[in-house]
Design a protein around this ligand. Sequence first.
Ligand code: ATP
Ligand code: MG
Length: 126
Amino acid sequence: MQNITIEILPQGDSLETVFNPLDIQRVLQNLIINAGYVTESGGKIDIGVIRKDGAIMVSVTDKGCGIPEEVQGYLFKDSLTTKSDGNRLGLLSCKGIIEENHQGKLWFETEVGKGTTFHFTLPAHH
Ligand SMILES: Nc1ncnc2c1ncn2[C@@H]1O[C@H](COP(=O)(O)OP(=O)(O)OP(=O)(O)O)[C@@H](O)[C@H]1O
Ligand SMILES: [Mg+2]
């Protein structure tokens, strides 16, 4: 991953939330590394942070190859990897960290040939 820009774009009011920093670091690391794999040198990964329906929503967007339909169905089901050095825990554990440990949601939008966005939410802390 060389010469790739990561742009962080916060929007809206701030919101307090409580989370396990190591867990969320792991989620962000996986999403950013996944995006980096499919981003060409000189490309850019956007990270949005917005307030949505009383939650914080973080979105990681790349303009890479997209996720083929045959891979999409397995992303969160199995310890799937298409990488020779993948540790096969990536998105499955991200989903567990966000949805089971933090009561949030994690999902994606993708278009083959155009790119992918992974979103996750963390509920606001009252
Ligand atoms: N942003 C993306 N664009 C295109 N394909 C993606 C993207 N994110 C994930 N994928 C596909 O989904 C697969 C699973 O991703 P996941 O993070 O679960 O595992 P991995 O990256 O292969 O290995 P690791 O366990 O090291 O994270 C990847 O191998 C890749 O094929
Ligand atoms: Mg990964």
